[in-house]
Design a protein around this ligand. Sequence first.
Ligand code: NAP
Length: 283
Amino acid sequence: MEHDARTFLYGIIGHPAINSLSPGMHNAAFRSLGLNAVYLAFDTIDLEGAMRGARALGIRGMSITIPYKGRVIPLLDEIHPDALAAGAVNTVFNDNGRLKGMNTDITGSVAALRRITGPEGKRALIIGAGGAARAAALGLIKEGTEVFLMNRNSRKAEEAARSLGANFLENLEQTDLRFHIIINATPAAIGQEGSSLCVPDRFLKKGVAVMDMVYRPAITPFLAHARKRGCLIVSGLSMLFHQGVEQFRIWTGLEPPLEIMAGALCHYKSIVLPGKISGAPCE
Ligand code: NAP
């Protein structure tokens, strides 16, 4: 499809945004459905200016990424109650000039986890208290999961837990609890005993479902270790896929071409890690 005066413009706004995999995934979907649309990456340190520009130019849809998922909220006209509860917006839809904020990380994280486990009635540990952690916590609580939040800055986890109706955990050393689900929702590499951010082996038992939101590499050392211990694992690529699929639905009102979108991510996957990945979108 040639781009012309009627092309709809979409993009990701963040800093950094330059390494995002979302342009590849959404542009592949636009092409496959013959839509006159293009998705770009806007790496900016001026969020307010970017949002004014988006309004002025009629940008149709935006993904919002680090560090703007919370800061974008007061710049929008309408916020979905779930995004407000999570305190984070990762999706903006320009509905005839009204900028509507939503959060597809909420359903995306749950959909990715469902590849390896049903969350109903389970107990989950989420490491982190940022936008992604809060989104996953909200998504799991809605599915009937008992959620515990733990974070480097404990006060943030305590506040997030209180506002979401989750539980707060100061650290893993002082608990006898067992978790059915463990999620890394920080950009940090999780190690084992001795590393600054660590999940001791006694929590990584056979059958425990483990997700790392970090997707570079697709299988992080934390996931690789958990798999060796007999855990079920799911890559952050899977969450990226599911949240992107939901964004596509919101922006276009069309059923997303799942194979094509997964294929765009699998191309990346095959570069960094040949072979099969448990729970990746294209298996
Ligand atoms: P955020 O709002 O900036 O929150 C970052 C969180 O990570 C905070 O809780 C922070 O703790 C913690 N953290 C950062 N560096 C740390 C370190 N070295 N050690 C321990 N904790 C650390 O970011 P976010 O939006 O929640 O995103 C978190 C991660 O998830 C990022 O890597 C992001 O790329 C990824 N993500 C992936 C997907 C996907 O689709 N796969 C979707 C969303 C996000 P403090 O509060 O103590 O600073």
